[in-house]
Design a protein around this ligand. Structure first.
Ligand SMILES: C=CC1=C(C)c2cc3[nH]c(cc4nc(cc5[nH]c(cc1n2)c(C)c5CCC(=O)O)C(CCC(=O)O)=C4C)c(C)c3C=C
Ligand code: FES
Ligand SMILES: [Fe+2]
Length: 412
């Protein structure tokens, strides 16, 4: 998001005044509308009624400001998150950075139509998934989807109240980040754990976790179909020359270097998509949306586009690969900044659509949840994946360890 904050200092410089100066010059973003309860069908009765309480499928994501005026609170929550951005005196500095950054990010959300569509898409995906899930796995029906965002409404507290009111006794924490990073899914699980251990969701909720699914065949198929649709926009004579430029949100090198699995898992997604496409086109994986002055995973998407133009590779399909709905990075950074700039360099650029309302993708979500519930209820697997139990070798965050233990015991 921030094109001029690329000094090659270590991410540790986030912890200095130097960083603060840079961060306050970062550009703001913005997003939009939506309500935030999510149900499909009528509310099943809770513990005090005669009906069966629902199996909760809690869709975890970062969220975004639904309206431009929510931008400041979104940024404040984001900069307060120690799992994402460790800052000294965080509770004092985070609001200052958020305040300084708000106007720029507000303008970006205005430019993409007045806010982030992430809540609308997450609700839609969740509701349609739950309806399919009732058919795929009737023994745990009714299923009801809930949304728990890390930085925007509905925050975990509000979602917890909903589960409590519905008398939920079985809940699945379903990350909506396909690939696992401790700064994304890890942060959401830490927050869920902090609330869960104080009883915010009610007593006796049995938790399990779907923590990553970057190579699920249904997800891969949905992405591949969107790439094929984008490729079809090129004249047949140049189609085979088009470069598939997969673009994922970058990570600070300090996070990569403590052993975070995200870079590997995004790479695995890309490899699976290319297998499915039978390698009809050349491709690269590049990284976008660096924030602040520290070193981040590269090559940067914007630089890659310029490099391809210089090399005469002027047909490009941009493929967002680490987020399942449109957001500021696709609608602003990819569409308004990079694609426009690339066209000015004489390039022919098309973006693969985000998964948004893709029925193939929604079916994949239902398949994942169904397989998970089947494995849990038949005792074939425990509440968490084998991979989730392993902390990053460089992890010094005690909450990560406590969170993993808590979920491995089913939230007890
Ligand atoms: C898989 C996706 C994402 C990863 C990994 C990720 C890591 C990460 N992000 C920041 C800092 C910021 N991210 C911001 C916005 C933002 N981040 C993602 C996704 C990932 N972030 C998205 C989709 C968005 C946009 C939300 C939307 O449009 O709805 C922002 C705020 C915007 C800004 O101020 O520029 C910041 C800040 C860090 C530090 C980090 C890894 C440690
Ligand atoms: S930072 Fe990865 S497990 Fe703690
Ligand atoms: Fe981010």
């Amino acid at each position: 998001m921030d094109s001029h904050a690329v000094t090659k200092t270590d991410y540790k410089s986030y912890t200095g005044a130097f960083t603060l100066l840079h961060l306050t010059h970062l550009q703001p973003v913005q997003v939009s509308h939506l309500s935030f309860t999510s149900t499909h069908g009528a509310l099943p009765e809770g513990p005090h009624g005669s009906g069966k309480s629902p199996t909760a499928i809690v869709m975890l994501n970062m969220g975004g400001p639904s309206t431009v005026s929510e931008t400041h609170d979104f940024l404040k929550n984001l900069f307060l998150d120690n799992d994402l951005i460790p800052l000294p005196f965080q509770s004092i500095i985070a609001p200052l950075i958020a305040r300084r950054r708000t106007p720029k990010i507000e303008q970006q959300y205005t430019d993409i139509g007045g806010g982030s569509p992430i809540l609308r898409y997450t609700q839609l995906q969740g509701e349609r998934m739950a309806a399919i899930l009732d058919e795929l796995h009737p023994s745990t029906a009714p299923h009801k989807s809930y949304v728990a965002f890390r930085y925007a409404k509905p925050l975990t507290d509000a979602t917890a109240q909903q589960l409590k009111a519905d008398g939920v006794t079985r809940a699945v924490a379903f990350t909506q980040y396909p690939q696992y990073s401790c700064s994304t899914t890890g942060s959401s699980l830490n927050e869920l754990y902090r609330k869960g251990k104080t009883g915010a969701f009610g007593d006796g909720v049995e938790w399990s976790v779907i923590d990553r699914w970057g190579t699920h065949p249904g997800f891969i198929e949905a992405v591949a179909q969107n790439i094929e649709r984008a490729l079809a926009k090129f004249p047949e004579s140049t189609r085979a020359d088009a470069v598939l430029l997969f673009s994922a949100h970058s990570l600070p090198m300090s996070v990569v270097n403590r052993g975070d699995p995200y870079v590997l898992e995004v790479s695995a997604t890309v490899a699976a998509v290319m297998e499915r496409l039978k390698h009809t086109n050349p491709y690269r994986l590049v990284w976008q949306s660096q924030v602040g002055p520290s070193a981040w995973m590269g090559m940067q998407t914007g630089e890659a586009l310029k490099g391809l133009a210089r090399l005469g590779r002027k047909q490009v399909v941009l493929v967002p690969i680490a987020f399942t709905s449109d957001h500021i990075e696709t609608l602003y950074e990819l569409d308004l900044e990079y694609a426009r700039e690339a066209r000015e360099h004489g390039m022919d650029v098309h973006r693969a659509e985000s998964l948004n309302e893709s029925p193939v993708f929604i079916r994949a979500l239902a398949d994942m949840a169904s397989a998970h519930l089947k494995d849990i209820t038949t005792g074939k697997s425990g509440p968490t994946s084998i991979q989730m139990a392993l902390r990053c070798p460089g992890c010094t965050n005690a909450t990560c360890g406590q969170q993993k233990t808590w979920f491995a015991r089913g939230g007890r």
